[in-house]
Design a protein around this ligand. Structure first.
Ligand code: NAP
Length: 415
């Protein structure tokens, strides 16, 4: 049995286990939860209430989440004297699925970002961001309802590898000198230099996850988004390796866009998933102009970073955008916004992003009916124009609710 230093595992509840390539989820799984800093406690309280209510209503007491409080960020600093204690990593690894509020990265605290550190140390290589529209949410586009994509963004390579040196440093001088001499380049001496690694390993595991998701959720296509016309051996290779993997591992279930036209006359055969690719700049146009042609997306880190926020903006912004960071099994489900410190403990912000991340978590557990009930109830609440301040200021005739009241309204709408 795994031992913890300063936290106590709940007496009730069971651990999620791994069986073959699947999770074996008990009816009362222990789920570690990091409340988060700033607005974290407000949105986490609301989220737990909504998730608990939905599970209770859906399964009539047969299933229940057993929450297990663990610590990161300011709360961990207070309890452990450090922001990312060992207990936290151990708990997430051991219990496999966890929920997390936003964290403040202390300035000058030795971390580039707590969130990135958590993802890297737990090897959560896929950042998964579904983006869909809820009727009634104010949007800057005419047809926000056409947006329904799930973005799989690589989390460990590309710019997230974090390999760079500042202008004038010993390392950069050495590197520039060597590159210029060995490869006859002309990199300016006053440059900072970053390295962008993209590997077969990183690409394959991400694209595999995206295709498996598309198959499981009966989606129509997987689009590989890259900037391969310019960066041929990183971004272009991501595309090539992605196609290769799709054909090697999923041959009977997928066709490529090239095959669609050369073999099927542009008519999609029943029951197959289309694998296509788009250059990143074109993708940004297309997601605006031909939104409903896109479905599941797999992409390296930086493209995914921009694309996730651009898609979220089309359907009402980051306050509503859920996310998860997932490895081979371990999944950390979290709000995509930050700690919004000016609203901390005021019970005013929108818990939507964390609640929807909680829904992704329920789906990951295989409790899809409970997630569906929340999607429906949240949709209904927004249609009734009962919303938090952020949406209230954009909607005519809306009723402004506190964070806790909004959670109650969602629960009420579960019927
Ligand atoms: P932020 O916390 O996301 O807040 C920026 C603004 O976004 C807020 O002032 C608010 O806008 C709006 N907002 C964010 N969450 C909202 C919610 N739930 N409901 C309604 N509106 C919401 O970004 P930041 O101020 O740049 O970052 C603050 C801290 O968060 C930093 O320490 C940063 O490191 C951390 N951070 C953590 C994560 C994470 O843990 N995943 C992610 C990003 C940033 P209005 O003022 O217009 O109402």
């Amino acid at each position: 049995m795994v031992r913890f230093d300063k936290i106590e595992v709940p007496k009730e509840g069971k651990r999620i286990e791994i069986s073959g390539d699947k999770l074996k989820v008990p009816d009362n799984p222990i789920i570690p939860v990091i409340e988060g800093d700033g607005i974290g406690p407000d949105i986490m309280k609301a989220t737990r209430r909504v998730l608990d209510a939905s599970v209770e209503k859906t399964y009539k007491g047969k299933k229940r989440i057993v929450w297990f409080d663990i610590y990161a960020g300011e709360s961990a600093q207070a309890k452990y004297g450090e922001v990312l204690p060992k207990d936290t990593f151990k708990a997430i690894k051991h219990f496999i699925v966890a929920l997390k509020g936003p964290l403040t990265t202390p300035v000058g605290g030795g971390y580039r970002s707590l969130n990135v550190t958590l993802r890297q140390r737990l090897n959560l290589y896929a950042c998964v961001r579904p983006v869909r529209y809820f009727e009634g949410v104010p949007s800057p586009v005419k047809h926000p309802e056409k947006m329904n994509v799930v973005i799989f963004r690589e989390n460990t390579e590309d710019v997230y590898a974090g390999i760079e040196w500042p202008k004038g440093s010993k390392e950069v001088k050495k590197l520039i000198k060597w590159l210029n001499k060995t490869y006859k380049l002309r990199i300016r001496a006053d440059s900072g230099v970053g390295i962008k690694p993209i590997s077969v390993t990183g690409t394959n595991r991400l694209v595999r996850k995206a295709i498996k998701y598309a198959l499981e959720y009966k989606r129509r296509s997987v689009t590989l988004v890259h900037k391969g016309n310019i960066m041929k051996y990183t971004e272009g290779a991501f595309r090539d390796w992605g196609y290769k993997l799709a054909i090697k591992e999923f041959r009977d279930k997928v066709i490529t866009e090239e095959e669609l036209w050369s073999q099927y006359n542009g008519e999609m055969p029943q029951g197959k998933i289309l694998i296509k690719d788009r250059i990143a700049d074109s993708m940004f146009q297309q997601i605006l102009t031909r939104t409903d042609e896109y479905d599941v997306v797999a992409t390296p880190n930086l493209n995914g970073d921009y694309l996730s926020d651009a898609c979220a903006a089309q359907v009402g912004g980051l306050g509503m955008a859920p996310g998860a960071n997932i490895g081979d099994f371990v999944g950390l489900f979290e709000a995509t916004h930050g700690t919004a410190p000016k609203y901390a403990n005021k019970d005013v912000v929108n818990p939507g992003s964390l609640i929807l991340s909680g829904c992704m978590m329920l789906e990951y557990l295989g409790w899809r009916e409970a997630a569906e009930l929340i999607y429906k109830a949240m949709g209904e609440t927004i249609k009734q124009k009962r919303v938090t301040y952020d949406l209230h200021r954009l909607m005519e005739g809306a009723i402004k609710l506190k964070t806790s009241e909004y959670a109650s309204a969602i629960i009420e709408n579960m019927g």
